[in-house]
Design a protein around this ligand. Structure first.
Ligand SMILES: Cc1cc2nc3c(=O)[nH]c(=O)nc-3n(C[C@H](O)[C@H](O)[C@H](O)COP(=O)(O)O)c2cc1C
Length: 402
């Protein structure tokens, strides 16, 4: 029975749990987040944790799953579970993959190397950002599991083209063009903390490093911070401290349109995904230009606050195009049951950023492995409890909306 802390008989809440002090005590995303908060200088933690404006969409991305209930079946003989999925032509051992995220060596000195290795261990896909801190060549040769490269469409067409060519040479499997960052979101936590990449050395930031000595020693004694996908083209973001919002607003091409997306797809020539599709009309246009997948995503609530959550928007998109294009539900995932709900609606896979970034900040590769292991175990356990042996057996019959 849960310990009761409230005074009234109708309010029953668990007692305040202890914060985890070791990675082995992290059982949920909440635990990793608490550890990341302790380990990282404030501006860096808030860069991961924060979102746009009032962060309404950010909260909704997870809350949306709570408005939907699972209806299990029983006596289904669930001793062995197959949670593998094929998405964008890639066979994944689990139906959740690591979305591309920027600046990972700021969060832990191993950065993308740690996440890539952990993803490989769990047989899932790893996304590398245009603003990644380890080169596509290194990731390409380091891991054998599917690799996705996330492309930002820069004003400098030479840079955009060179990133595509480098990914082809490095044998990446999927290119995802991000379409929801046409201008920088209003990330007020970053404005308040003065977060820049690389971190600007001010009295305030030095103080914040001083109270996080382990992070500071690791950051300053390892390989110098760099953005190797931008090498030879951009000094901003690599040598000069800028905010990510300013980077989007000044470096990315705001004239980007469907023809540009189609020309990127043609130049790439393999599995092509649009990341940040939210409307049925755009999902249909994605099909028209030959995309093989869309990530239904609002960038983790970091761009347009007040936009709908991917899970809420999923059914209408799947009904319109789900039989002709792979639909991925991105963002807000913090539990195995969230994955099951999105798959039940018809998503081919789910993806997320913060679920592994907090773990990366907490303990590098070991942390990301633990986060993936927890979610793998949750998905397996939840499938058993739902009476589903493979993800094909999940369907809308299993769901009720409040
Ligand atoms: C710290 C951070 C950095 C991110 N960087 C990028 C990026 O460089 N490119 C991109 O397309 N999306 C980026 N994203 C968005 C993620 O790919 C993903 O859409 C989002 O994290 C999903 O929401 P979740 O964090 O709730 O799972 C970033 C997200 C976070 C939290």
């Amino acid at each position: 029975m849960l310990p009761i802390t409230s005074r009234t008989s109708c309010e029953v809440r668990p007692a305040r749990m202890e914060e985890p002090v070791r990675i082995g005590q992290c059982n949920s995303i909440r635990d990793f987040r608490l550890m990341a908060r302790r380990r990282l200088p404030g501006p860096i933690f808030h860069y991961i944790d924060g979102a746009a404006d009032d962060e309404v969409t950010y909260r909704r991305n997870t809350e949306a799953y709570e408005r939907c209930d699972l209806v299990p079946n029983v006596l289904a003989g669930v001793e062995s579970i197959d949670m593998s999925t094929t998405v964008m032509g890639q066979k994944l051992k689990m139906p959740l993959f690591c979305s591309p995220t920027a600046l990972q060596r700021l969060f832990h000195h191993d950065g993308e190397r740690a996440v890539a290795k952990a993803a490989e261990k769990f047989g899932t896909m790893f996304g590398v950002s245009s603003l990644g801190t380890v080169s596509v060549e290194e990731i390409g040769s380091a891991i054998s599991t599917p690799k996705l490269f996330q492309l930002y469409f820069h004003k400098d067409r030479g840079l955009t083209g060179s990133m595509i060519e480098r990914c082809i040479a490095a044998n990446f499997d999927v290119l995802a063009l991000t379409v929801d960052t046409i201008t920088g979101g209003n990330r007020e936590r970053d404005l308040r903390t003065g977060f820049t990449s690389p971190p600007r050395l001010t009295l305030k930031s030095l103080l914040s490093f001083a109270v996080h000595p382990r992070w500071a020693v690791n950051y300053f004694t390892h390989e110098k911070f760099a953005l190797p996908q931008l090498k030879d083209y951009v000094k901003e973001g690599s040598n000069v401290s800028v905010s990510v919002g300013d980077y989007f607003s000044t470096m990315l091409d705001q004239s980007m349109n469907w023809k540009d997306a189609e020309s990127v797809r043609k130049k790439w020539g393999k599995q092509f995904c649009l990341k940040g599709i939210m409307s049925v009309a755009d999902a249909k246009r994605a099909l028209d230009i030959g995309a093989t997948a869309i990530m239904v995503s609002n960038h983790g609530g970091r761009q347009l606050d007040g936009s709908r959550s991917p899970f809420d928007q999923l059914a209408e998109i799947i009904d319109a195009v789900g039989d002709r294009i792979d639909v991925i539900c991105d963002g807000g995932i913090s539990r195995g049951t969230h994955v099951l709900k999105a798959l039940s609606l018809g998503a081919k896979a789910c993806s997320g950023g913060r679920f592994y970034l907090y773990a990366l900040a907490a303990a590098g590769q070991v942390g990301v492995e633990r986060a993936l292991e927890n979610l793998h175990n949750e998905i397996e356990r939840d499938m058993k409890l739902m009476g589903c042996r493979s993800i094909n057996e999940l369907s809308r019959e299993n769901l009720r909306f409040r």
